[in-house]
Write a protein that binds this ligand. Structure first.
Ligand SMILES: [Zn+2]
Length: 212
């Protein structure tokens, strides 16, 4: 399991849960957290010891935080990923037209566009920048079309699946998404793509340093 962070206040908790339960963790500041961010709090810790990724970080069109602040904070994460070679866990919702030009100068990038919700037509742009694309329970929802088309277009060597817990609960369950539901997400992904995926997914996560 890989536990991402949302804000500085939770970094110590994320570290200690990861330690107690043998999980991986990521450190960073999520765009959701920027609305309540206090000026004394850093956006990234000086010490990234033990972290296997930087994030979540990214842009969110529904969060009501000025783009200027969101973009500035995201750039800090991108620069830190370059400096440390730690992969990014990128969050993007309703802002891909802003995100793509912001990311391009930093390419090639290492990391994942998590719970991908952009259009299928943008998949190749993210792949060209070096990123993996990851899908959660939304691919199991009745009537899902766009995510399935995106899922089909991701090259095997750049694909990941995730619980996105507590969000994106896969069917037939309702409520909080759990890592225990991942086999069902895998089953649907294999059905949609018409190929076995477990081995490729393992190799992809291994390549990012998230499975040893
Ligand atoms: Zn997210």
């Amino acid at each position: 399991m890989l536990i991402p962070s949302v804000d500085a206040a939770r970094w110590p908790t994320v570290r200690s849960i990861a330690k107690d339960f043998g999980c991986r963790f990521a450190l960073g500041t999520h765009p959701y957290a920027l609305a309540a961010h206090s000026p004394e709090d850093p956006f990234l810790p000086d010490d990234l010891t033990g972290a296997v990724a930087i994030g979540e970080c990214g842009l969110d069109g529904a969060v009501g935080v000025p783009w200027e602040l969101q973009e500035r904070v995201l750039r800090l994460h991108l620069e830190r990923s370059k400096d440390t070679d730690l992969p990014l866990i990128l969050h993007a919702y309703g802002c891909h037209n802003r995100l793509l030009p912001l990311l391009r100068p930093y390419a090639p990038l290492r990391g994942v566009m998590h719970a991908y919700s952009g259009g299928p037509e943008l998949v190749s742009a993210y792949v060209k920048m070096g990123l993996h694309l990851s899908f959660g329970g939304a691919i199991t929802w009745e009537g899902a079309r766009k995510p399935l088309e995106s899922l089909r277009r991701v090259p095997r060597h750049r694909l990941l699946l995730e619980s996105d817990g507590p969000d994106q609960c896969p069917r037939p369950w309702k409520g909080r998404s759990e890592p225990a539901y991942l086999p069902e997400i895998l089953r649907v992904a294999e059905q949609v793509r018409g190929e076995p995926l477990a081995e490729a997914l393992w190799e992809n996560a291994h390549g990012l340093g998230w499975i040893s």
